[in-house]
Design a protein around this ligand. Sequence first.
Ligand SMILES: [Zn+2]
Length: 224
Amino acid sequence: MICLVVLLLFGAPGCGKGTQAQHLVHEQGALHLSTGELIRKEIAAGTPLGQKIKALVGAGALVPDELAAQLVKEHLSEFLKKGKVIILDGYPRTLKQAQELDALCAVLGQIPGLPPIKIRAIYLKTEDSVLMDRLQRRVACQSCKTIGSLKATGAFVCPSCGGTSFERRQDDTKEVIAARLKEYKEKTLPIVQVYTERKALWTVDGGQDENKVAAQIKEAVAQF
Ligand SMILES: [Zn+2]
């Protein structure tokens, strides 16, 4: 039977989630529903929700989880009508949101003409030492701002414009990275546990070469 898949990608900062989402989009025709992207669009379009978010962000606050959830609710059904695999990026971030997603998919599954919806998760499990190394090497091209990676020698060649000058993000220090990894584990690992118990989660070693990871994700998707 044909099913629609809501695909969750879990993994700590530096695990390669963004890169792998692009592989899924370009090689497997998945659609990418990113809450960050939706938020930027709402702000640009000046909708009431966009104005609310802009005021919060302008005041230095983070976008609250509830607003991200609201955006997912508004947009998931249109994505489900357009594609077979929807990568949900930036949601769910809490156990409560994971429950909300279940409820939302149950409701959307009632829409006439829409095939049943499955929630599946891929966890890009990656050693802290690998994450730390990748994040510390991550820099931006000084001329075009494309994010790239320093070679082992410390040299940089921009993947987009070929420039060799780079700048670091100020918050990419060892201490800040370690704090981000700790926060990630506290918040996300309990959600990973939920999908593991449901046997709806596939674990892939995110420390491997990018193309190897992509191939293993493809195998996992084939088993959904
Ligand atoms: Zn560049």
